[in-house]
Design a protein around this ligand. Sequence first.
Ligand SMILES: Nc1ncnc2c1ncn2[C@@H]1O[C@H](COP(=O)(O)OP(=O)(O)OP(=O)(O)O)[C@@H](O)[C@H]1O
Ligand SMILES: [Mg+2]
Length: 509
Amino acid sequence: MSANNIIEMRGITKRFGVVTANKGINLNIPANTIHAIVGENGAGKSTIMKILYGFYTADEGEIFVDGQPRQIRNPHDAIALGLGMVHQHFMLVPPMTVLENIVLGAEPGNSVKIDFKQAEAQITKLSRDFGFDIDPQKRIEQLSVGQQQRVEVLKALYRGARILILDEPTAVLTPQEVEEFFKILRALRDQGREQGKTIIIITHKLNEVLALSDNVTVMRDGQVVGETPTAKTTAPDLARMMVGRDVLLRVEKPEAKPKAAVLSVKNLSAGSKLNGVSFDVRAGEIVGVAGVEGNGQTELIEVLSGLHRASDGSFELEGLNATRFSARQLKELGIAHIPEDRHRRGLLLEFNLADNTILGTQYRKPPVTTAGLLDEKAVVEKANRLIRDFDVRPPNAALPARALSGGNQQKLIIGREFDIRPKLLLVSQPTRGVDIGAIEFIHRKLVELRDSGAAILLVSAELEEVMSLSDRLLVMYQGRIVGEVDPNKVAQEEIGQKVGMLMTGGKKN
Ligand SMILES: Nc1ncnc2c1ncn2[C@@H]1O[C@H](COP(=O)(O)OP(=O)(O)OP(=O)(O)O)[C@@H](O)[C@H]1O
Ligand SMILES: [Mg+2]
């Protein structure tokens, strides 16, 4: 064993029923480095890190921290060893302050009294030392997503973490927040031998791996298939190792041939969040909406899918005023919706995959329902077809949706909504948390749907994604459409700059 490995995991195996999530994993993490873990959805990345953090116990294998064999039976053991973990879904209490969130979760030790003054001083110092820029007295609900993320990291540091595990930390951050966050991570690593932290980061974004990490481990199908210094690899190489074949990292699409307008939005408003937007989406085109999250995109999609009432203005579907229609009526008219928050809106996690494929109105129609009777066999057949066509893994219709990894949940929702053969598809953040092989797949499917004549309204916080998929690109800022760009006419970098400027209200260069 190498002397400077702060973490070594040897021969780790973990089974969940019939699924073996980790098969004999060996992992070496040198101290004071940033170590990336990449791999397809379901490869076992979260599982191996949850074992290190004591959430799960391995069925086989050993863990060494600081060169010593360790029993990590629960997160309490992990914290005592100097480990900290930030999960993709934050675990903060919104109405409470930053200070309360950080201090109250921490182990109080022997004393029952908490010295808030001292804790605040300590948090302020940490925040200043590493450039977090967080006010401990602010309530969590007043903070942006990026700031909440930093609170999670502060919380781990406050508890004495020397080794930070971050599971897809950038999935919900804006490009600028990502930059700031990476600066903090580098500062944490570079504090010198005694103080410097070790950071393990799971991400699907290969450009982040290349920009940030010192070393990278590639996992596939529960195993480690590669480990390399980041300087010695490239995005296409990593992609090939992850997926086992070459991956197209850019969208290839023929020119759109738009027909008549399917959706016409006129002066649509929703409370203070959406302020009089007007645009059309025609059959056979993808209209993208770029913008920093929280600028009215969510409200726009929710109004158009019938989940939220418009306060003013209207929208028409093929000339029919549909502004007052319910979500079910809109669905029956041929509007499909792939929501941004798949846990809240997309799936019933306790239901099995088969039942999840008939959520919505489809269960009332043949072949799933004939003569008023639900045909269980037809449901399973339909589920198996979607699972096959959309490469949902593991391919087992009887599993609860909860047992799927995040990316596979997304593929299931996409399959279900495409199966409606929609006239209009409303799609938000289609590839959030999805691996690069699946991104390629989803992008191709969206272009195919477009070319079959559907109108597509795409909202994504990934600038690159909206720029490369959209035939027309609208930019939203503070509830309004502040600009339109033709991605085919302008060079990629130029669009990036122009859109970036519009997205921030013209403040930035
Ligand atoms: N609690 C659980 N119960 C049953 N199966 C599980 C559970 N957790 C994970 N699995 C299965 O173990 C495998 C690995 O899952 P894991 O969440 O570690 O993947 P991942 O690499 O983090 O994927 P993603 O990139 O989608 O987050 C998957 O097949 C998943 O379905
Ligand atoms: Mg995961």
